[in-house]
Design a protein around this ligand. Structure first.
Ligand code: FE2
Ligand code: FE2
Length: 263
């Protein structure tokens, strides 16, 4: 696989996702102009080097449980500000997936590192996930009419989501052999199934945001879209490099500097 964009398209094809050609072109160009550092061999080596230390790896599972839960809340909040109900429905389902990912990381932590935790700590870990589901979630309507975001801002967020989900997929691919190595033989199958689910979900997040970008190509300003894809790939690369300066961020699926965004 030559680079990150090819890897993303490979997984989208693998799961028979329908991908707009215009989107593929934009992604290839953005990654060529601003090559993502998270696709480089040095990052994989750095991740594996840290993951060998069990304490670091246990902490990274907890950090992921926290970040995915936070991400789920932010994504739901975003969905409420999106006027296009086709897009909003897809964004809500993304939020529910991330909420489930938070729980999955907590489950993996307890499975791979079984220990007696105080009830208070257990409750704290559980609370990382907002526990969203199709039946249980915050309101879908905007808080007020003023909260409805401008279409360009919505597209900007969706582009960032798309590029960040590609990076989340890469992390899941790095995580998979490490999870399998830490798992007890009797847990290995379950751990692999959870990893399959993570990889599938992250690919679906790339797919839906790519679909929204593809829809915008039909009616929107394509020059703006092209430039924003290029600029946002640079932003994501920068966020990634800032994050890996913090040891505990090397293994997180969601970039922390994301908090600085408008989501
Ligand atoms: Fe996730
Ligand atoms: Fe995701």
């Amino acid at each position: 696989m030559k680079n990150v964009s090819e890897l993303a398209i490979h997984y989208l094809n693998h799961y028979n996702c329908h991908i707009n050609e215009g989107y593929t072109k934009l992604l290839f160009e953005a990654c060529e102009i601003n090559p993502p550092p998270h696709g480089k061999a040095w990052y994989g080596n750095l991740y594996r080097q840290h993951a060998r230390k069990s304490e670091w790896f246990a902490n990274s599972l907890i950090a992921n449980a926290y970040e995915e839960g936070n991400g789920a809340r932010q994504v739901w909040q975003f969905s409420r500000c999106v006027e296009n109900q086709d897009f909003a429905r897809l964004i809500r389902s993304h939020s529910i997936d991330e909420s489930r990912h938070s729980k999955m990381f907590t489950t993996l932590f307890s499975m791979l590192f079984p220990m007696k935790l105080e009830e208070e700590v257990q409750a704290q870990l559980k609370a990382f996930s907002p526990m969203y589901s199709k039946e249980n979630h915050p309101p879908t309507v905007p808080v007020s009419a003023d909260d409805v975001m401008d279409e360009l801002l919505v597209m900007d967020e969706l582009i960032q989501i798309n590029l960040l989900e590609i990076r989340a997929l890469i992390l899941q691919l790095l995580l998979r052999p490490v999870l399998q190595a830490y798992a007890k033989p009797e847990d290995r199958e379950k751990v692999s199934r959870m990893s399959d689910q993570f990889i599938f979900d992250e690919t679906k997040h790339i797919e839906y945001s790519a679909y929204c970008i593809g829809e915008y190509i039909k009616w929107g300003d394509c020059d703006w879209l092209r430039q924003t894809m290029i600029d946002r790939q640079a932003t994501v690369n920068q966020m990634f490099l800032e994050d890996i300066d913090h040891q505990d961020s090397i293994g997180t699926t969601i970039l922390r500097t994301q908090d600085a965004k408008t989501l």
